[in-house]
Design a protein around this ligand. Structure first.
Ligand code: HXC
Length: 514
């Protein structure tokens, strides 16, 4: 009997905590189109799989009358569960409790679940919805953030770390998501910034809304801080779940294999790339013509769209794609596209995901803007990332591969394992027009009909260099292949690369051009 009473007491205590910041605060949250922290966790995880810890943790602050306040769960929910059977550690800040602000015990809960995630080698999902450092707790809040950042860094490349921004994420708080692998945002709900509109108004006298400063679109289209954009929380959760199917639980595993499927017949690989190298096309159609079920899961779709990155499956196994996108800026490499690709290459390398690189680019983007924005420093990140990566690295040159772009896009010289080129590939120091104008300048100028002479020289140059056979004759390209043979060759290359083993040089770590 006594036991039953105690169980009832426990149930009552639980119910109290489940109320979070109370009905009014929950209604306010709902009016903004936001789910509660607990609803969010339930919606992401497999049904009934969530197990919560530290439900009864309470804050320990005493200043500013804090000792008179009860903050249920101290404004954050932590626990473990599964997504499609994969073990997941998760935390969700509860905005209904003191604005989800981060105090000492709140931070301790987060760092506890982060420690579990790292120890148990399972992915971590962090849902951010918070007014930032709890002002009443002073330096203890700052300490809490520091502890989180340290663990983000320690876990990097060991377990997947996913951040979901579902409300404000302000001040130093933004640096935890920035240290994680994938950041998800939702239109009109997510807000990320270091200094808010009020500070900007005070310091700079400028008026700007929170949305225009650091809304979801800003971070997907301009800053590149976010990787996935959704119209609603539910759409966002579907994206998270899909991502989890593509990645391994930790760096010692491979992503779970699925049943192999053929690409859809509607994607005809031989009919996508126009013969005229100036004509654009959507490289994602080439990817869809190659991957199982034509299912390509693109990452950072809205930012630096001149390069395309994302996951697909080949023969049931996850692969990462890095592709120039001729639809945008002719697929050039620039500051942002180099950053985007380099980080993704490092992700794939850390998590045992083979990389397939599809090449069609005229080189690095010329111009003062790019030079001054640091295209040398940022472009170097790609060279570093590819050179360092030891997962299977496969390259297909679809069409143009000019200059530094040829080298940077996982060339043999950066240790691609297999390099294939389509018959229309043009591998050269630069495009035929530019090249002919430079090396035949004298003949063209001195000719009676310079235009005719230029055309003839361009033709000559094209015939000699703008093809895959010079590179193939040196062994830089392993095979010149028909587009229709590509999937078969890539599947084989993945198969024979399964036991790839690279010697590593004994060093603490390299110094990439971060
Ligand atoms: C304590 C906070 C809080 C905070 C919000 N609350 N932020 N309490 N510390 N940082 C409380 C509010 O007092 C309020 O409590 C409840 O949460 C809901 O907040 P509202 O302001 O009513 O909500 P809303 O109108 O939706 O505005 C949300 C907001 C705003 C835009 C986030 O609250 C805000 O500007 N907060 C301060 C943001 C900030 O400057 N944080 C510090 C950043 S510096 P009641 O009891 O009334 O319900 C920082 C440094 C970290 O984080 C450095 C790490 C390296």
């Amino acid at each position: 009997m006594a036991q039953k009473r105690k169980i009832l007491e426990l149930q009552k205590k639980r119910e109290q905590v489940f109320l979070g910041g109370g009905e009014k605060a929950i209604e306010k949250q709902a009016a903004m189109g936001k789910l509660t922290a607990r609803e969010r966790i339930e919606a992401i995880l497999d049904k009934n799989s969530f197990h919560e810890y530290d439900l009864f943790v309470e804050h320990v602050a005493t200043d500013f009358d804090m000792d008179k306040k009860i903050l249920h769960g101290d404004g954050v929910i932590i626990g473990t569960g599964t997504v499609y059977g994969a073990p997941i550690a998760i935390y969700a800040q509860d905005f209904t409790v003191a604005g989800g602000s981060l105090g000492l015990m709140h931070a301790r809960k987060i760092t506890k679940i982060m420690d579990y995630a790292l120890k148990m080698r399972m992915p971590l999902i962090g849902i951010n919805d918070s007014g930032g450092a709890r002002i009443q707790e002073g330096v203890n809040s700052l300490a809490g953030y520091g502890e989180i950042f340290f663990r983000n860094t320690l876990s990097s490349g060991v377990i997947p770390q996913i951040s979901v921004i579902l409300g404000p994420c302000a001040g130093g708080a933004v640096y935890s998501p920035a240290l994680t692998d994938f950041v998800f945002v939702v239109d009109k709900i997510s807000k990320m910034f270091i200094t808010g509109p009020e500070v900007i108004k005070t310091v700079l006298g400028e008026d700007i809304s929170m949305e225009a400063l650091g809304g979801a679109r800003v971070h997907c289209e301009i800053t590149g801080n976010a990787h996935f954009f959704a119209e609603s929380e539910i759409e966002c959760f579907e994206q998270i779940k899909k991502l989890i199917t593509f990645i391994p639980w930790n760096n010692k595993r491979k992503a779970l294999a699925f049943e192999a499927k053929e690409p859809k017949k509607s994607f005809k690989i031989g009919e996508i790339v126009p013969e005229d190298s100036k004509q654009p096309y959507d490289v994602r159609d080439v990817v869809r013509a190659l991957v199982d079920n034509s299912d390509f899961f693109e990452i950072q779709e809205l930012w630096a769209a001149n390069i395309v990155i994302g996951f697909g499956r080949m023969g049931g196994e996850t692969v990462g794609f890095v592709c120039n996108q001729p639809l945008i800026l002719a697929g050039v490499l620039d500051v942002d596209s180099s950053d985007k690709a380099a980080r993704f290459i490092r992700y794939c390398d850390a998590f045992n995901i083979p990389i397939i690189t599809l090449v069609d680019l005229p080189g690095y983007l010329p111009g003062v803007d790019q030079e001054h924005a640091g295209v040398i420093r940022h472009g170097a990140k790609m060279l570093y990332a590819y050179s360092e990566a030891s997962v299977p690295k496969l390259t297909v040159i679809l069409r143009k591969a000019y200059g530094g772009g040829y080298i940077a896009m996982n060339s043999r010289h950066l240790r691609a394992d297999f390099v294939f080129a389509w018959p229309g590939a043009e591998i050269a120091v630069m495009g035929p027009e530019g090249a002919a104008n430079i090396i035949f300048r004298k003949e063209i100028l001195e000719s009676e009909d310079p235009d005719k002479m230029r055309k003839q020289k361009v033709k000559e140059y094209k015939a000699k260099f703008a093809n895959p056979y010079v590179a193939a004759s040196k062994g830089y390209v392993d095979s010149v292949i028909e587009p229709e043979e590509t999937r078969k060759l890539l599947l084989h290359a993945i198969e024979v690369s399964k036991n790839k083993d690279m010697h590593t040089i004994d060093r603490k770590h390299g110094i990439p051009p971060f």
